[in-house]
Write a protein that binds this ligand. Structure first.
Ligand SMILES: [Zn+2]
Length: 274
C-alpha cells in the first residue's frame, strides 16, 4: 500500500489510547501521522483490521488529543469494544509500552535505537538487541463436580470473582505453575491439568495460558494479601464475573454451557476433601 492510503492509528499516550469521544469506540482513520497533528515518537505496523492497515503509535506524555478525541485507558473500553479491536489495540499497547521502556540498554546503559526491519531496539554502544518481553501467566478454572472455584482479589472491582491466575516462574513448566499457584493462593491440590486456550493480555505484557484442572483435596485457605475470598459456585448461582472479552470469562462460560441448567451432559461426581 502507499503511505497515503487511509490506515487505522492506534496511538497511545502512556496507557491511554486515542479514540473519538462519541460512541461507538473508534480510532482515527488517516493517511499519515501528520494528518492527526500529533508529535509521534515511534510507530510500527501491526496488521489489518476491516480492510485497513493498522499502526501502533507512541506519542509524547504532553500530547494533546485532536478535537473530538480523547486518550482513554484501554481497561475502560473492555465492555464497549469487540474482540478484534481489543486484540489490535492490545498489540499496539504492548509494542508502544515496550518501546517506551527500552530507550536505554539494560546491559550497559547506552542509548538504543530501532533496529531496521524487525521489532527490536539495538544498543548504540554494545550492540545488544532488545526484543519485546512477554510474561506468560497460567490461568486456571478448577472444577469440583458441578462447581467451580472463583476468587476475589484485592485489586478487583467490588463483588467481582474470577478464576485463579499467576505468572510462570523461571525454570517452571506451565503445568507446574498451575499446580503451584492454586496451592499457594487457596491451599488446595489439583490434578488433570488440561489446556483450554490462550489470550494476549496487554496489562502490561502478559500471555494468559488457560487450563482446566480438577480438585483433589484440601480446604480452601485464601492467601492473605492475594485472595480476599474464595468459594465453590454452581453454574446457576454465579457472582459478578469478568468481562466477556477475557479468557477468564470464556472459561467460565464454557463451564456453564456444559454444566448449566440447560445442559444435558452428565455431571461428574464430586470429590470430597480428604
Ligand atoms: Zn548496551
Amino acid at each position: 500500500m502507499t503511505e497515503r492510503e487511509a490506515a487505522l492509528w492506534f496511538a497511545f499516550r502512556g496507557d491511554g489510547i486515542l479514540v473519538f469521544e462519541d460512541a461507538p469506540v473508534r480510532v482515527p482513520l488517516a493517511g499519515g501521522p501528520d494528518e492527526l497533528g500529533l508529535d509521534i515518537l515511534f510507530r510500527w505496523e501491526i496488521g489489518d483490521l476491516n480492510g485497513h492497515a493498522c499502526w501502533a503509535v507512541e506519542v509524547g506524555a504532553d500530547a494533546r488529543p485532536p478535537e473530538g478525541m480523547v486518550f482513554e485507558d484501554l481497561r475502560g473500553l473492555f465492555y464497549r469494544v469487540d474482540e478484534d479491536f481489543f486484540r489490535m489495540a492490545g498489540r499496539a499497547k504492548q509494542i508502544v509500552g515496550w518501546h517506551a521502556t527500552h530507550r536505554f540498554c539494560g546491559r550497559c546503559g547506552g542509548k538504543t535505537e530501532p533496529a531496521s526491519g524487525e521489532l527490536a531496539m539495538r544498543c548504540t554502544l554494545c550492540g545488544t538487541m532488545h526484543y519485546p518481553r512477554l510474561s506468560p501467566a497460567a490461568i486456571v478454572l478448577v472444577r469440583r463436580g458441578d462447581r467451580i472455584l472463583l476468587a476475589h482479589s484485592p485489586g478487583f472491582p467490588q463483588g467481582l470473582y474470577s478464576v485463579l491466575a499467576g505468572f510462570v516462574e523461571p525454570g517452571e513448566s506451565i503445568e507446574e505453575a498451575v499446580v503451584r499457584e492454586v496451592r499457594e493462593e487457596v491451599g488446595i491440590e489439583v490434578t488433570n491439568v488440561r489446556y483450554f486456550g490462550s489470550q494476549p493480555w496487554p496489562f502490561p505484557n502478559s500471555l494468559m495460558i488457560g487450563f482446566t484442572a480438577d480438585y483433589t483435596g484440601g480446604a480452601l485457605t485464601p492467601e492473605p494479601g492475594e485472595i480476599e475470598d474464595a468459594g465453590w459456585y454452581t453454574a446457576d448461582d454465579l457472582p459478578r464475573l469478568p468481562p466477556k472479552i477475557s479468557i477468564a470469562r470464556a472459561m467460565i462460560d464454557d463451564f456453564v454451557r456444559r454444566h448449566g441448567p440447560d445442559s444435558e451432559e452428565l455431571q461428574t461426581p464430586d470429590t470430597e476433601p480428604v
